[in-house]
Write a protein that binds this ligand. Structure first.
Ligand code: HEC
Ligand code: HEC
Length: 422
């Protein structure tokens, strides 16, 4: 596919720009569809793009697959309530995360059904590898807090259909709504005039467009935090931020970088503050989640109940994906169950979980602290007790003092996107 506008007079650029954009849109579409088929991330039938109709010239068709994804992402009409879009829980102005203080968001046809996990930020997911188990059985990668979706396209099915989210009955219901959208014509122009004849294929294209949008739109990965500008040599961090960074990296202190990678990659790529691994931190149970009213209910991450293929791996019960810490200072709630609501408490939990468990867990009538109360007793041995900063015992000094915790929190605030040098 050759874009020829280089050799043409400037006054013809806008018109030909359309042609080139469409050509490129179709090119990248083809590339992605190939990938999707190869990895089985989309439908089981090979996707058929109606190339002839996609090639019909039309100014409207200048929209890219990613541009369509952007419109879909913000479209609340695609939900059963008519009031919930992807952007409602993943607000583009709030690092693509939630904007309220709820532990889990409300969805369903009347926005009255509570979910069971905190809404994560969608920033920097484009570099997440597919879920895999290493030869020794160690899990890594994948989407959702339990890594159960292999691709962003596969992930996007769930919010459309989940009863506690956009709550559509089936893919056809989503497509019926999309046909009423202001951008329905653009959708046809990109994916073929007859695309709506087959709702299953049309739904696959919706998922594909959302994946392209998240992967390609720079708003999802701007790499322009204060820390990015620091490692690029454009500014110096404040003394407290530098102290916090040192404590974050120091294995005998925070040891945070053991999982939340803070150094540039070998290829010079800025760090993502996750190594894509999974870990069990023993996060306390959150009574604010309705599902937890049932004492027999436990969200055990990798081993279920949301994820169903690893239930036999009891050693993985309670492990959740290490999230990126980029933009963490803008979050309202922390950890998979939204149990914490400020960053100081989160860092305090890491370093005083084992020295002062009574600060985080409930106490039984006889005075015993019910440590790791969000795991069934027989699985509590899965909690990570060896890596610093959680390798201590009651009576030991915490790995970080109160002043050091403040420094780490100051450092974490340098990971917020959009920093402008004053
Ligand atoms: C009602 C709130 C809500 C809505 C609406 C919603 N999400 Fe989410 N999103 C969540 C929650 C909660 C999770 C974590 C789910 C889990 O771990 O099982 C999540 C997880 C994700 C993830 C995985 C993030 C990661 O770290 O792996 C992606 C990607 C995502 N959502 C995209 C979308 C898209 C695209 C839409 C619209 C089609 C959408 N979400 C709609 C709440 C929502
Ligand atoms: C052994 C791996 C590991 C180490 C070391 C570690 N973390 Fe984490 N971190 C995790 C995992 C796993 C989660 C997600 C847990 C969950 O959702 O329940 C997490 C979550 C977080 C969160 C919440 C993010 C969010 O979006 O909700 C913060 C903040 C955080 N870590 C900061 C730190 C700091 C600060 C340190 C050092 C004191 C640290 N972590 C050390 C694995 C680790």
């Amino acid at each position: 596919m050759k874009c020829i506008w280089k050799v043409l007079p400037v006054d013809r650029l806008p018109l030909l720009g359309v042609t080139c954009t469409r050509a490129l849109a179709r090119l990248s579409l083809a590339a992605v569809l190939t990938g999707l088929t190869a990895c089985g991330g989309g439908s089981s039938t090979p996707p058929a793009v109606d190339a002839a109709s996609a090639a019909t010239p039309s100014v409207q068709a200048a929209i890219t697959v990613s541009g369509l994804g952007k419109l879909i992402f913000r479209d609340a009409s695609l939900s059963a309530s008519g009031r919930l879009a992807c952007a409602s829980c993943h607000n583009p102005d709030r690092a693509h995360a939630q904007t309220n203080d709820l532990a889990a968001q409300l969805g369903g046809p009347d926005l009255a059904t509570q979910g069971s996990r905190a809404a994560p930020s969608l920033r920097y997911l484009n570099l997440t590898p597919r879920f895999s188990l290493a030869a020794d059985g160690t899990p890594s990668g994948g989407f959702d807090r339990d890594g159960r979706a292999q691709t962003l396209a596969e992930q996007a099915q769930r919010p459309f259909l989940a009863a506690h989210e956009m709550a559509n009955d089936d893919p056809a219901a989503v497509i019926a709504k999309l046909q009423q959208a202001a951008y329905a014509e653009q959708f046809r122009a990109v994916f073929g005039a007859s695309i709506f004849d087959d709702p299953a294929t049309a739904f696959d294209r919706v998922l594909l467009a959302l994946q392209q949008y998240q992967n390609q739109d720079p708003a999802f990965h701007p790499f322009d935090s204060k820390y990015d500008q620091f490692i690029a040599g454009k500014l110096v961090l404040d003394p407290a931020e530098l102290r916090g960074l040192a404590l974050f990296n120091n294995q005998a202190k925070g040891n945070c970088a053991a999982c939340h990678t803070s150094a540039k990659g070998a290829d010079g790529r800025p760090p993502l503050f996750t190594d894509f691994s999974f870990d069990n931190l023993g996060v306390p149970r959150n009574a604010a989640l309705a599902v937890n009213a049932d004492p027999a209910h436990f969200d055990l991450g990798l081993c279920g109940p949301d994820r169903t293929d690893l239930t036999a791996r009891r050693d993985l019960c309670g492990a959740f994906k290490v999230p990126t810490l980029r933009n963490v200072a803008t979050r309202h709630v922390f950890f998979h169950n939204g149990r914490f609501s400020n960053l100081r408490d989160v860092v305090g939990f890491y370093v005083r979980r084992d020295t002062n468990p009574e600060q985080w867990y409930p106490t039984a009538a006889d005075g015993t602290v019910l440590k790791f109360d969000d795991m069934p007793p027989e699985l509590r041995g899965n909690v990570n007790m060896t890596e610093g900063s959680y390798n201590r015992h009651p009576g030991d000094a915490p790995a970080l003092s109160a002043a050091e915790i403040d420094d780490v929190v100051r450092f974490l605030a340098t990971l917020t996107d959009g920093y402008r040098i004053p």
